[in-house]
Write a protein that binds this ligand. Structure first.
Ligand SMILES: *[C@@H]1O[C@H](CO)[C@@H](O)[C@H](O)[C@H]1NC(C)=O
Ligand SMILES: [Zn+2]
Ligand SMILES: [Zn+2]
Length: 350
């Protein structure tokens, strides 16, 4: 295979994963995707046999609107692939260029921590609103009258929605302090497991970042040792040409295709998840959930500045740092890591 073909496959794979991750990681986008999908199906329907469209409809429904473990398997598969590549190729090459054993073992330690957090995210109850606990769950947060109003009934669960909760259509239950439904852990992120989710995101960033740095260091070492940067090659006209940056990249790609492929994937995952982690951290220190962020976005009236004299009665626009100023970062973070337990509240009131 020539460089161009390989490179095209590579770029396409990366683009496909970008689309996949962006579309499905958030959970909130599922409806938009579902709408696009049904629009496409409507256009195609005259040309597609009925059984086929029914089958694909059912597949999409199963994948994104019902709980299923597919993304957990995909998640473990990707991790397995990266760690296999790391253990069988990168590890050995790194030893040859003199990387210390300690820093080569760090990814395994991170993997152990990460798998624990992943398990906790998948298996812990996010804070399901249940009949028995309902009375105390309603008392945990006061209604703000803007995003959450008292007395709103969840038609499916037939219970009054506690403030900051939301009904998860995928899991078919109301969840306290609902953040979003994450398909990668096949669970909602809510009051009781946001802490694990934040640490889980951090652990993925640490793993991807550490292996990427080791791999980058290895490749730079190879380039430095072989003197590739300052070498010359003979072109088709028989002329001596200095090797440039693109030549070096091409050479590395053809010599270590799997390693360069993995590096590209890791860098992509690192930046994507670091951004996602920072977004969630910002929400956490401001005492907000992504659900509230989605709900409040675009709600406020842009003209209602305090000094503009314009008051249309719509709620003021969402300020992500409101909670930050009101109670302080540490109290907000403490609430994430020691979520308010409905039972505890009940005892206090007695
Ligand atoms: C977070 O906000 C809720 C209201 O939305 C409030 O009841 C709670 O006390 C706040 N927590 C902290 C630590 O500020
Ligand atoms: Zn519900
Ligand atoms: Zn859910």
């Amino acid at each position: 295979m020539d460089f161009l073909t390989l490179f095209c496959i590579y770029t396409l794979t990366v683009l496909a994963s970008i689309v996949l991750v962006c579309k499905y990681a958030g959970g909130q986008e599922q409806t938009a995707l579902g709408r696009t999908y049904s629009r496409v199906i409507n256009v195609l329907s005259p040309y597609v046999p009925v059984w086929l469209s029914r089958l694909s409809n059912r597949a999409v429904h199963k994948l994104f609107h019902e709980r299923n473990n597919l993304f957990i398997y995909l998640h473990l598969l990707l991790e397995g692939a990266v760690y296999t590549e790391y253990s069988y190729e990168v590890f050995g090459y790194c030893r040859e260029v003199g990387t210390t054993l300690t820093s080569l073992y760090v990814p395994y330690a991170l993997l152990a921590v990460h798998l624990c957090l992943f398990y906790l995210c998948c298996s812990r109850d996010p804070g399901t609103v249940t009949n028995t606990k309902h009375a105390s769950q309603v008392k945990v947060y006061p209604y703000d009258g803007e995003l959450f109003n008292p007395g709103e009934l969840c038609p499916t669960c037939n219970l009054v929605k506690p403030a900051r909760s939301k009904h998860c259509r995928v899991c078919n239950r109301c969840v306290q302090r609902f953040d979003h439904h994450c398909v990668w852990v096949n669970n909602c992120v809510g009051a009781q497991n946001t802490r694990y989710f934040l640490l889980y995101l951090l652990s993925v960033c640490a793993m991807a970042g550490h292996i990427a740095v080791l791999t980058l260091d290895l490749l730079l070492n190879v380039v430095a040792r072989t003197g590739l940067m300052y070498a010359h090659y003979v072109d088709s006209a028989g002329q001596q040409q200095p090797t440039g940056f693109s030549f070096v990249v091409q050479h590395l790609f053809l010599t270590f295709p799997r390693i360069v492929f993995m590096l590209g994937f890791l860098i992509f995952v690192f930046f994507l998840l670091a951004g996602y982690f920072l977004f969630h951290l910002l929400l956490a220190v401001g005492n907000h959930t992504s659900n509230e962020w989605y709900k409040a976005r675009g709600r406020g009236c842009r003209h209602c500045h305090p000094h503009s004299g314009h008051h249309c009665g719509r709620p003021s626009s969402f300020n992500p740092l409101r909670g930050f100023y009101s109670r302080g970062i540490f109290k907000n973070l403490a609430e994430i890591f020691m979520p308010l337990k409905p039972q505890l509240r009940k005892k206090k009131h007695k």
